[in-house]
Design a protein around this ligand. Structure first.
Ligand code: OGA
Ligand code: NM2
Ligand code: ZN
Length: 579
């Protein structure tokens, strides 16, 4: 809640007061640049439409007032009036003390040691993570918070590690390939490919930019030894800083050199510190790899002794068992590390048995983006018009939307929205479909009503497609098979058009028209990708009922008749879900 707004500094700043007595000042120029109106930002994608040069250099606040939980500001000389929601101002306030020590990290980072982590290693099953966005969200969130996580239940086949990166983003291909085999070889081009133990390290510090994630998966591990361990480089760096601030300063301010020239045609080199701080002192990256450290030539002669002492102490701390979390990867398990933070090691292993791992690199921006999108979806669902939505209230909430808005027309078809969805459910029932698929057919177009599921916010810049939007709002309450059928109902049409020669002929005129907007029939690659979805067959069935549900004046059940069925699937899902 805003309590006051005082223009200061001849309109160059404004001083806002909050209910709790705190204040935040903003600059006129900053507010103008960040205006939320659709002349300044595209309503569709949220991108800024103007440049700094479109804003007069002498921009001032001419008038300001608080109106209904928002700040209204008029800028001169533009004579432009815009409104900033209080929640937006509070979330974006920048008027606070700098006061952070070098080596700080944000709240999202939690440092760990063996004592805090060995018995609570973050993990998820692959099948659960691929079907349930909540499980995936928790797993990704652990990677963000702790810098590593284990994944269980992968297929024990070559390439399975790509399934892990597919969950959140993209593989970073390098000279080692899209992925690489990690097993003992006769003429290894890297000590990785021997049975030697490997000191805890980050991978590829000789690359710039460094790969920010590494996935290591296990197909077979029947050797003696060969355990994996991980060490929180941020925890070790903090320990070093506490006992030897000058050493920390040297490792973070002098560039080290890294290189790799182990195979022909490759001479990778990078000049970066072992402990990297951002421009504001934030701890952003650890690079530590004895195998590829090159001669250090950027440390002053007078600093070199102290630099080496600090490097040695850093290494001692890294080797200290109290920082190390150990596990032995079994066939079908993988782990992911934030390669800018968490170091990984392996113990030496014997010649008997077989150890076959595969590794790949990927990047954290994609992982964090996927996590943020999942969290945003859940938040939106939770905030639904201020209602407390849960397994007991969601069905009534949806019934209410149907009743209020079902009569809206279904564009280009001779039926209303609710007739269309009820017909789909009816055809599903007639085919003897299980409850889940009847529910999916009934709810498949719920994405046209997602504005009901959250308060409109000017930060909402996505122009979501109704299929994805529908899947997103249902995900917290309905089982994955329903969520996926809803999410894929447009894709299923494109799939059927590509794979069933008779299907196109069955499309209504309006559906033919939208098909081209939706990308036309799928390509062969898209078809292969679609078939990878564990629910693709169900999604196709739902699509066929969807297509049938466009009959004028057909008699169906009422939405109310489906409430018990919907409640059954919601309750079953809620009961089956871990707390
Ligand atoms: C590596 C590596 C781990 C392992 O190759 O860089 O860390 O368990 N390997 O073999
Ligand atoms: N491999 C496994 O960074 C490194 O050189 C560690 C990387 C060869 C891709 C090994
Ligand atoms: Zn490695």
């Amino acid at each position: 809640m805003l309590t006051h707004a005082l223009i200061g500094d001849e309109g160059r700043t404004i001083d806002l007061g909050w209910q709790d007595g705190s204040r935040s000042r903003f600059h006129a120029m900053w507010l103008r640049d960040n205006a939320l109106d659709d002349q300044t930002r595209s309503a569709g994608n949220g991108q800024r439409l103007i440049t700094i040069l479109d804003i007069p250099a002498n921009t001032r606040i001419g008038a300001a007032s608080i109106k209904g939980g928002a700040l209204e500001v008029s800028f001169v000389p533009e004579q432009k009036t815009v409104s900033f929601p209080a929640a937006w101002l509070s979330a974006n306030a920048y008027d606070r003390d700098a006061g952070r020590q070098p080596g700080w990290t944000g709240e999202a980072t939690v440092r760990w040691t063996k004592a805090s982590m060995q018995n609570s290693v973050p993990r998820a099953g692959y099948v659960a993570a691929s079907r349930d966005r909540a499980v995936l969200g928790q797993w990704l969130s652990a990677v963000k918070t702790y810098g590593f996580a284990v994944m269980d239940d992968l297929p024990t086949e070559s390439g399975a590690l790509c399934k892990v990166s597919d969950l959140f983003g993209y593989i970073r291909e390098t000279n080692y390939g899209r992925w690489f085999e990690v097993r003992a070889e006769v003429n290894p081009n890297n000590l990785a490919y021997t049975n030697l133990g490997l000191q805890a390290h980050t991978d590829n510090p000789y690359r710039d930019p460094v790969p920010t994630l590494q996935i290591l998966s296990c197909i077979e591990n029947t050797v003696e030894g060969g355990e994996s361990s991980v060490v929180d480089g941020f925890a070790v760096a903090a320990a070093l800083q506490a006992e030897n601030p000058e050493g920390f300063r040297l490792l973070s301010s002098c560039p080290a050199r890294f290189e790799y020239a182990g195979s022909s045609g490759v001479r990778l080199q990078a000049k970066r510190p072992m402990i990297e701080l951002g421009p504001d002192g934030e701890l952003i990256c650890i690079r530590f790899n004895n195998r590829s450290l090159a001669p250090m030539v950027d440390v002053q002669f007078s600093d070199m002794e102290a630099y080496y002492a600090a490097y040695r102490r850093f290494a001692e701390l890294i080797e200290d068992p109290s920082f190390e979390v150990t596990f032995k990867l079994e066939a079908g398990q993988a782990f992911i590390v934030d390669n800018t933070r968490v170091m990984h090691a392996r113990k030496a292993f014997s010649g008997t048995g077989k150890r076959w791992l595969q590794g790949c690199y990927a990047d954290k921006d994609g992982l964090l983006s996927t996590l943020a999108a999942i969290e945003h979806g859940f938040k939106e669902a939770a905030e639904m018009s201020g209602q407390d939505l849960n397994a007991d209230t969601i069905v009534e909430f949806i019934a209410d939307i149907f009743e209020r808005r079902g009569a809206e027309s279904y564009l280009g078809e001779p039926v209303t929205m609710s007739e269309h969805m009820l017909q789909g459910a009816w055809f599903a029932e007639k085919d003897g479909a299980p409850d889940e698929l009847v529910a999916a057919a009934l709810l498949h177009d719920i994405g046209h009503y997602t504005s009901e599921f959250g308060t409109y916010s000017p930060e909402d810049v996505e122009d979501k497609h109704h299929d994805e939007a529908g899947g997103e709002v249902l995900a917290p309450f309905f089982p994955p098979v329903i969520v996926e059928c809803v999410r894929l109902h447009v894709a299923a049409k494109r799939y059927l058009c590509a794979t069933d020669p008779t299907y196109f002929g069955r499309l209504s005129q309006a559906s033919v028209h939208t098909l081209s907007l939706q990308g036309g029939p799928m390509s062969a690659d898209e078809v292969a990708e679609f078939r990878k979805n564990p629910f693709h067959e169900e999604a196709v069935r739902v699509r066929i009922w969807d297509e049938s549900g466009k009959i004028a004046n057909m008699k169906t059940r009422a939405f109310r008749d489906y409430v018990p069925l919907l409640q059954r699937v919601v309750t079953q899902f809620a009961v089956g879900k871990p707390a």
